[in-house]
Design a protein around this ligand. Structure first.
Ligand SMILES: NC(=O)c1ccc[n+]([C@@H]2O[C@H](COP(=O)([O-])OP(=O)(O)OC[C@H]3O[C@@H](n4cnc5c(N)ncnc54)[C@H](OP(=O)(O)O)[C@@H]3O)[C@@H](O)[C@H]2O)c1
Length: 262
């Protein structure tokens, strides 16, 4: 198998912690030069300093807030204008807050749509020309298993994830002819800050202890445990390699078997 990413440039969103950070680390381990993107400047520099770089990679950071799509466009225009080109794009950002769809304000939907779908589109439009030129492109969207089966208490998230998944499948159809693949990784419950805050909120709402909520969530997974972010990253990074060249337009759950559908 060809898992070598030497000479490849990767743009990894939401990479200061959790799944995005684990993906950035694994891409660098395979030889890619990584541009880390998120809001927190100091955290970006910290992650950058920890990335494997002995294959002569040049890692970079780009500060952007995906709740402000216009600023993301401007930052990318400048960044791409400086001659940066990419082979790999990891679309990933913070998940929308919990709650039932019926209770969510219109603005909650607008904010989530901007942060997920609109920013993904801005990133794809900025990076795809370079991928076409290189005849090598991998767009990998970190979404959620709610694409397949909506999750209770994540109404806005369930809605937006479906939109991102169909956007992705559409792009896969359009871009396959250029050597560009577009795929979705659907994490199940993964031990990150996002999961901790979901568990805390559930405990508050139900009056149960954090330990009780944690144990019930684990019991619902055939693997009887949460994923480590590295396990989700391994799937995403495989999709970025030369060996994954004929995998296009798929949803790949990495959920320990939790999702009740194929
Ligand atoms: N963990 C799970 O169990 C799980 C399960 C299913 C799906 N997911 C989804 O997978 C994705 C990643 O999850 P995670 O658990 O790794 O999340 P996380 O630990 O909360 O990390 C989110 C990352 O996104 C960045 N981010 C957040 N808001 C941003 C914004 N407005 N603009 C730019 N960057 C922003 C954060 O960095 P800064 O704060 O520095 O900006 C951070 O690096 C999310 O969409 C999540 O909903 C997670």
């Amino acid at each position: 198998m060809d898992l070598n990413l030497n000479g490849k440039n990767a743009f990894v969103c939401g990479s200061t912690q959790g799944i995005g950070k684990a993906i950035a680390e694994e891409l660098a381990n395979l030889g890619a030069s990584v541009t880390l993107c998120a809001r927190n400047d100091g955290a970006l520099d910290q992650v950058k300093s920890e990335l494997f770089h002995t294959s002569g990679q040049k890692h970079q950071t780009l500060v952007a807030d995906f709740s402000k799509p216009d600023l993301l466009t401007a930052a990318l225009d400048e960044h791409i204008g400086q001659g940066n080109q990419y082979h790999i794009l990891i679309n990933n950002t913070g998940g929308p807050p919990g709650g039932q769809a019926i209770d969510a304000g219109i603005d909650e939907f607008r904010i989530a749509f901007n942060q997920h779908l609109i920013c993904n589109q801005i990133l794809a439009q900025a990076l795809v020309p370079g991928m076409k030129e290189a005849a090598y492109g991998r767009i990998i969207n970190i979404i959620s298993t709610s694409v397949k089966v909506p999750l209770q208490g994540l109404g806005v998230s369930n809605t937006i994830r479906g939109a991102v998944a169909n956007w992705s499948k559409t792009l896969a159809n359009e871009l396959g002819q250029f050597g560009i693949t577009v795929n979705n990784v659907l994490p199940g419950a993964t031990a990150t800050q996002r999961l901790s805050s979901i568990i805390e909120n559930k405990a508050k709402k139900t009056g149960k202890s954090i330990e009780e909520v944690d144990a019930a969530m684990k019991a619902s997974v055939p693997a009887k445990r949460f994923a480590d972010a590295k396990e989700v990253a391994a799937a995403a990074v495989f999709l970025a390699t030369p060996s994954a060249s004929y995998i296009n337009g798929v949803n790949l759950p990495v959920d320990g078997g939790r999702t009740g559908s194929l």
